[in-house]
Design a protein around this ligand. Sequence first.
Ligand code: SAM
Length: 268
Amino acid sequence: MDNDRKMAVAANRQAWNESAALHKAGEQWAQLVQQVSGPGFSCFDETMSDALHRIDLRGKSVVQVGCNNGREVLSLAKFGAERCLGIDQAEAFIAQAEELNRIAGQDCRFLRADIYDLPADVPRNFDLVLITIGVLNWMPDLEGFFRVVAGLLREGGQVLIYETHPFLEMFEPSAADPYLLANSYFRTRPFVDSDPIVYDGVKDGEVTPSYWFIHKISDVLNGCISAGLQIVRFDEFPHSNREVEYDCYEEQAAQLPMCYVLQACKSR
Ligand SMILES: C[S@@+](CC[C@H](N)C(=O)[O-])C[C@H]1O[C@@H](n2cnc3c(N)ncnc32)[C@H](O)[C@@H]1O
């Protein structure tokens, strides 16, 4: 398992690094560069903003795991957070995050590290660990992941997860019938894909094959519980927070759950 995990994590790092230039060439990057230094910058949607307001981050320390280009770490100032760290294993995205940090004139910190192999000097007393959109599925070992997450928190600290719903993994949005059940909800083998990892559907070329792991909602809940995290709140939503291909599942009469927010607290 350890070797499989290391192999998948290393391949994913390479695939993300190879996809980084595409993210910088896209419209979203140009918009970020324009907006990130603006007063009250936030790229969070209403769902996430509501969840962050409920927690009250004023004066709090936050670490985001899988922070990508740092846009969400840089949005936390608007919510009053004061010491913010972003961790991501892809150096090309940490470089983008540092560039945005400079443009924004903020003093967030960014660290290139594999979450399964954090340096010993990373603080272990954060008030909040943030995990958002498209992070959990890159994790080959969810229980191990939540043990690390719990280890980053002080006692009584919280974890907030805003993720895509695993029900969506049962469908293939690009299929002739996107509603045909294509994959088992209980699938254990990862999807292996050499498409560039992008959010806007433009997938020209190939990158190193990456590994996307399916985790049921019960895996996420049990991962938290076994790491000593108490579930505080769990909400499911009908809107999409993932790649544009999935927009076709929104606003249906028989609506699928498309994303969720999970809040948990490290036991005292
Ligand atoms: C989909 S992105 C997160 C995007 C973010 N939610 C946003 O909206 O900006 C997932 C990130 O997780 C990172 N990642 C994947 N496996 C990781 C690992 N083992 N340790 C640290 N970061 C990892 C990837 O490099 C990638 O930047």
